[in-house]
Design a protein around this ligand. Structure first.
Ligand SMILES: [Zn+2]
Length: 280
């Protein structure tokens, strides 16, 4: 007699299989590149250039924040699962490198890409470039919010579970997301392969570095008073805000700002109001 497995276990196992399939396919995509040796060299270099500083800064921010910040969830009762967080981050950065090796490899081959180093190449004045960057960030905020909502549906949550296994995260968990989620988040890197999709490198890379540091802060598990005041003024999320998403799961989905959460009534305050109304 065979016992049927509960549906959520089947879903989890299928998601694990798909996740590792995505890792393999991302790596094998280089076979299709015009010069695979250029692709795989770029992959290795991008992986190291991204992963080593990311882990180093995660470590520095972890040490600094644990010693100097105000803990959001109280004193830690146990050591955080840093090894698992690092594993998730390294796996995600491997996929990021697989994606980024496409535009980097093409650039090295001298093939036109969307990367522009000067305003002349962009065909824009400086204020137009800044405005374009701002519009890009607003678009990324919308895309990441709705991607996150999708990952919280019953059908997709198995792909997001890894990130939520860190209920009281450290900076090492900031990028510890599953392979499918990594593709859903970082696919815009492939847009750089299109010469018409111009990216102004000085602003583009500054924004990426800025958001890496913001994401590390959002996951450090502590607050710093001055940052919690400054970030909302810039319409950016805070550590206290995002920590609620890890401790309470189905609220505060915004990954850049709280705009969509407020509009769609998915903040913690809205959740508490709904709970109160249901109780009455
Ligand atoms: Zn989530």
């Amino acid at each position: 007699m065979s016992i049927a497995l509960p549906r959520f276990i089947i879903r989890d196992r299928a998601a694990t299989l798909i996740d590792w399939g995505v890792v393999l396919l991302s790596f094998l995509s280089g076979v299709l590149f015009p010069a695979p040796e250029v692709y795989y060299t770029a992959l290795l270099q991008v992986f190291l250039i991204v992963t080593v500083p990311l882990l180093l800064f995660s470590y520095l921010i972890y040490r600094f924040s644990e010693q100097n910040g105000l803990r959001i969830q109280g004193v830690r009762k146990a050591m955080p699962p840093i090894a698992r967080e690092v594993f998730g981050t390294v796996r995600a950065m491997f996929i990021v490198a697989c994606l980024a090796a496409w535009p980097v490899g093409l650039y090295r081959l001298g093939v036109p890409t969307g990367i522009a180093w000067t305003l002349e190449q962009m065909g824009l004045t400086w204020w137009m470039a800044v405005l374009e960057m701002y519009v890009g960030i607003v678009a990324i905020d919308a895309i990441t919010y709705w991607k996150h909502r999708l990952l919280h549906t019953r059908a997709f949550f198995a792909f997001h579970k890894h990130h939520h296994s860190f209920r009281d995260p450290t900076p090492f968990a900031g990028f510890a997301v599953g392979p499918v989620e990594t593709i859903l988040t970082f696919w815009p890197l492939l847009l750089i392969c299109i010469p018409e999709a111009k990216h102004f490198a000085p602003l583009y890379f500054t924004a990426i570095v800025g958001f890496v540091f913001l994401n590390l802060y959002l996951h450090c598990g502590v607050t710093f008073g001055w940052l919690e005041k400054v970030l909302p003024r810039l319409n950016l999320n805070t550590s206290a805000w995002h920590n609620v998403h890890h401790s309470h799961t189905n609220m505060n989905f915004g990954e850049v700002s709280a705009f969509w959460d407020r509009l769609c009534k998915t903040t913690r305050a809205h959740y508490q109001l709904k709970k109160k109304a249901a109780a009455q």
